[in-house]
Design a protein around this ligand. Structure first.
Ligand SMILES: Nc1ncnc2c1ncn2[C@@H]1O[C@H](COP(=O)(O)OP(=O)(O)OP(=O)(O)O)[C@@H](O)[C@H]1O
Ligand SMILES: [Mg+2]
Length: 428
């Protein structure tokens, strides 16, 4: 059977290839209860009864090699790592990718509030205290289709400061999750707690704003990453370690000479070590995303990171693009919703959608256009479903019985009540 006709909700679709049908099944749009035209019998029969379609409905395990683990980090706090992680997840899920967001901010887990989950039923704490056996057991549903999340908890991974090997093991465990993309929201700063997750994930996006302080910290983040990578590779080589440690004193993040000069010293020591050194430099190509950009001038200022990383560290930063400063993003945080769902047509949403299709999904030309259109359509449906669900779940509750009634500005009725949203946050 090369092409198929199917009937879903009394509507007929086709001809479809088996690959197209598999995609629909993965997105939950085609189920074993839907109908398929059976040429042999000349009649419609339930998909569940067709032997050759059974494979479509089995939980597909994405081969580990095809999964993308992407860490979102950056030296400066408050630059938008969490809100962008959440919205990248929404965008990828909208085009049918299975996505899991992971809150790996060991100090201040807050990704769940961004996804509208005020009190997560499970967190990483349940996994590490063995109350849940696998990471799949602590997956939480989110308001978006194909998008799940793992909520963080302070001081998880068993320890406040897990070792490098524990962090690598954690990333390996994440790879067992049934997903195409696993996105890690990292905490701010350049401590090894953050850097190690960034490096272990293999794919990383560094987010920065264009202000000088953020640019400086972003450069520092790249430098610490590179030094950590080199030091892990040369930990058994005292001569190279001495070169890397030179002039650093107690401050692990200093490296006063250009990395090219250090490499020249390594070349004098030993050709094989120099090749390893060069390989590490060539393989480390972090992606850079500028956020909260207000003018084209600011884009140029933010790009200073790329130039400095090239000149001083010999690191090629892959510039992904920028997202404008947009009040809609701030509003979405107040509404506990990813900004791509809050307003898909806002400036920030449009820039991010473009970046996801062109840079993360690597679509070009017509296929980029079609993918973006699909994303827009799916997000619009999700937004409408969410608004409907919220209006049904949260009818206006203004009432004299309300705890805040005495000083409530909505006394004559009013919706939404912003105070009520915060109540459960403070309780937890
Ligand atoms: N493009 C934008 N336009 C306007 N405001 C933004 C934008 N991006 C982020 N913000 C604002 O910045 C605030 C901080 O964002 P977020 O919590 O994602 O930062 P973070 O980098 O994860 O911080 P931390 O390092 O503390 O984890 C958000 O509450 C949001 O209001
Ligand atoms: Mg954050």
């Amino acid at each position: 059977m090369s092409s198929l006709f199917v009937r879903v909700d009394k509507k007929q679709y086709g001809p479809l290839t088996k690959a197209e049908l598999r995609d629909l099944a993965r997105q939950g749009k085609f189920t074993p209860d839907d109908w398929v035209w059976n040429e042999d019998e000349g009649q419609w029969i339930e998909a569940a009864r067709l032997e050759e379609l059974q494979g479509l409905f089995r939980q597909e395990v994405v081969p580990e090699g095809e999964k993308v683990v992407l860490a979102i980090g950056g030296g400066k706090g408050g630059v938008g790592k969490t809100v962008i992680t959440a919205s990248i997840g929404v965008g990828l899920a909208a085009v049918g990718k299975q996505v899991v967001l992971v809150d790996a901010d060991l100090g201040g887990a807050n990704l769940h509030t961004c996804m509208g989950i005020v009190e997560p039923q499970f967190t990483l704490y349940d996994f590490y205290t063995l109350q849940c056996n696998t990471l799949a057991d602590i997956l939480l549903d989110t308001p978006a289709k194909n998008l799940k999340m793992i909520s963080g908890a302070c001081g998880t991974l068993g320890l406040a400061n897990p070792k490098y090997t524990q962090k690598v093991r954690f990333i390996k465990e994440l790879r067992h999750l049934p997903a195409d993309y696993i996105l890690l929201d990292l905490g701010g700063g350049s401590s090894y707690n953050v850097i190690d997750f960034f490096l272990a994930a293999e794919n990383g996006i560094i987010i920065t704003t264009p202000e000088p302080a953020a640019v400086q910290e972003t450069f520092n983040f790249i430098k610490v990453c590179l030094l950590r990578k080199l030091k892990l590779a040369f930990r058994e080589d005292p001569e190279v370690m001495a070169l890397l440690d030179r002039d650093q004193g107690a401050n692990l993040t200093r490296l006063d000479s250009r990395i090219e000069e250090v490499l020249q010293q390594v070349r004098k020591l030993n050709g094989a070590s120099a090749s390893v050194f060069e390989g590490i430099l060539a393989s480390f190509q972090p992606k850079l995303l500028l956020n909260m950009v207000m003018s084209p001038e600011e884009v140029k200022e933010g790009m200073a990171v790329k130039v400095a990383a090239h000149d001083l560290l010999s690191v090629e930063v892959d510039y992904l693009g920028f997202i404008e400063y947009d009040e809609k993003v701030r509003q979405s945080v107040k509404d506990f919703r990813p900004f791509l769902l809050e307003d898909p047509s806002s400036k920030a949403s449009r820039s991010l959608a473009k970046l996801i299709t062109l840079k993360l999904l690597e679509k070009k030309g017509l296929s980029a256009y079609l993918e973006k259109r699909k994303m827009k359509r799916e997000i619009k449906i999700s937004t409408e479903e969410l608004q409907l669900a919220e209006s049904q779940l949260n009818p206006p509750i203004c009432s004299v019985r309300c705890f805040y009634w005495g000083d409530c500005e909505f006394q004559n009725g009013g919706y939404p009540c912003s105070v009520r949203h915060f109540e459960s946050l403070f309780r937890s």
